[in-house]
Design a protein around this ligand. Structure first.
Ligand code: FAD
Ligand code: NAP
Length: 446
């Protein structure tokens, strides 16, 4: 099917219509190698018989928050890496790690080099409370703290003092519960996870005994899920301490709720209303806020009432937002999102798409698959112009060489992966992560 006429051309058979037409090899790039990026790539490669997909990642290593966010004691969640690795093995896929888009390569260079650009670079900025004291020592974002115990290079030197008894976590989502659980789990259990050895040593010296999860609404509004609550309730050496009066009203509310929330609140009510045991180590608290509205849609309203809580460490865990990587993109600073319609970025003629993160990995997967289908459909209908050849990674690689940036291939990542797994095996754990970029590059180039 290959035709030779200066540039590489081939006949693309439109899978759905069965119509054959002459077109360029569609060159698609994806920015970000987390679940959103990998699931989009998987879909494009499945739905289009010829498209080349290049994935740019700012770190030398792939997988985004699956490597650096998912709790180390939840290894089963990381199994999606096997699917991503299968995608990376496809002939028409190239991974280019250690390339920061917006810094090493501009968005306009990508736009020029590719027929379509998919932005899947996550939500790297944590939300702030914008209240006094937020930048005091030992007042940290949960995201930084998670990065620290997960070996994320940029958080390797986080200044965190665990020589404290009480920790306050602002927010009642799954990240808050993950952080609480890691801080309260006996280190002998954590030793079997991929938490780096130097962090285990720090956790071993931790004096943390009390954890308070502060919410601005009631227990019926918590954002964490039942599996995480159950783990917390059953955590070895620790137990929940809930204010009974905060939970009494749940009994009337529960029968009318949809099933997942019903089961969650049944467990929460049971935990809150069962007789308290005096050896408490962790607690949940509702802050003194007035609630406005009805049922699950109630919102918090600021009041003049305050409540003091003694904490040596405060972790802010109130969600994340995206960052702007180029001023030509229609970026909403308030929400931290790129304006788009069904993934098609506003004002970019369908050529630029954005996807993820959407809550949990499963929802991010659905979003990635949808984006992949949109890319392919737009190329097939011609709303993304693929009639003109694009040089793809060739142009970008020469721009990187000029800047002295060495992209990391998936084979090179595999070398580092093998090193981490082998080092971890000697310590009886799944892997010992390398959390220094220079060290990563040295291993990769050995
Ligand atoms: C702490 C934490 C724990 C979580 N745990 C779970 C869990 O247990 N189970 C679950 O289902 N979901 C969990 N989630 C949610 C899940 O991680 C997300 O749904 C998912 O990772 C989103 O995927 P993504 O690809 O959009 O973003 P990410 O996973 O963040 O990936 C984005 C990638 O883009 C890269 N990147 C960023 N900027 C650039 C740039 N300028 N140039 C090139 N590359 C760039 C990043 O380095 C990163 O690799 C968790 C989330 C957090 C924050
Ligand atoms: N094990 C897992 O499956 C797992 C683990 C970690 C993360 N994740 C997923 O990753 C995503 C991000 O998790 P997340 O925990 O960071 O975010 P989240 O689920 O959005 O929870 C954020 C929490 O912060 C609270 N909050 C927001 N603004 C606040 C403010 N100004 N003052 C006080 N509280 C405030 C929210 O309360 P309101 O409801 O009142 O806004 C909510 O309790 C979620 O989809 C989560 O499920 C999943």
């Amino acid at each position: 099917m290959m035709l030779s006429c200066g540039v590489s051309r081939l006949i693309v058979r439109h899978l759905r219509t069965g119509v054959a037409s002459t077109a360029q090899v569609p060159q698609v790039c994806i920015v970000g190698s987390g679940p959103a990026g990998f699931y989009t790539a998987q879909q494009i490669l499945k739905s289009h018989a010829a498209a080349q997909v290049d994935m740019y990642e700012k770190l030398p290593v792939p997988f985004g928050l699956v490597r650096y966010g998912v709790a180390p004691d939840h290894p089963e969640v990381k199994n999606c890496i096997n699917t991503f690795t299968q995608t990376a093995a496809k002939d028409r896929f190239t991974f280019l790690g250690n390339v920061d888009i917006g810094s090493d390569i501009t968005f306009s260079q990508l736009r020029e080099a590719y027929h379509a650009v998919v932005l899947a670079y996550g939500a790297a900025q944590d939300r702030a409370l914008n209240i006094p004291g937020e930048s005091l020592p030992n007042v940290l974002s949960a995201r930084e703290f998670v990065g620290w115990y997960n070996g994320l290079p940029e958080n390797a030197d986080l200044k965190v003092d665990l020589n404290v008894e009480s920790v306050g976590i602002i927010g009642q989502g799954n990240v808050a519960v993950d952080v609480a659980r890691i801080l309260l789990t006996p280190v002998d259990i954590l030793k079997k996870t991929d938490i780096p050895e130097n962090i285990l040593e720090r956790l071993n010296g931790s004096r943390v005994r009390h954890m308070t999860l502060v919410g601005r609404r009631g227990p019926e509004h918590v954002a964490f899920t039942i599996k995480e609550l159950r783990e917390m309730v059953n955590l070895e050496g620790s137990r929940p301490d809930l204010r009974r009066e905060d939970y009494k009203h749940l009994r009337n509310l529960i029968p009318n709720l949809p099933r997942p929330r019903k089961r969650l609140l049944e467990l929460l009510a049971k935990t809150g209303l069962d007789a308290p045991d005096p050896k408490l180590a962790s607690s949940w608290a509702a802050a003194e806020k007035q609630l406005e509205g009805e049922g699950l849609n109630q919102r918090a309203v600021q009041t003049d009432e305050t409540e003091s809580l003694q904490c040596g460490l405060i972790l802010r865990s109130i969600g994340y937002k995206g960052v702007e990587i180029d001023s030509s993109l229609p970026f909403d600073q308030r929400t931290g999102t790129i304006s788009n319609n069904g993934g098609r970025v506003t004002g970019q003629n369908g050529k630029v798409l954005c996807t993820g993160p959407v809550g949990v990995i499963l929802s991010t997967m659905t979003s990635g698959f949808t984006t992949g289908k949109v890319v392919v459909a737009d190329m097939e209908t011609g709303s993304v112009d693929i009639s003109r050849p694009r040089s793809g990674q060739t142009l970008i690689k020469s721009a990187l060489a000029e800047k002295g940036v060495q992209p990391v291939s998936f084979d090179q990542w595999n070398r580092l992966n093998q090193y981490e797994v082998e080092t971890g095996a000697k310590l009886g754990k799944p892997r010992e992560k390398v959390s220094n970029i220079k060290h990563m590059m040295d291993i990769i180039h050995q």
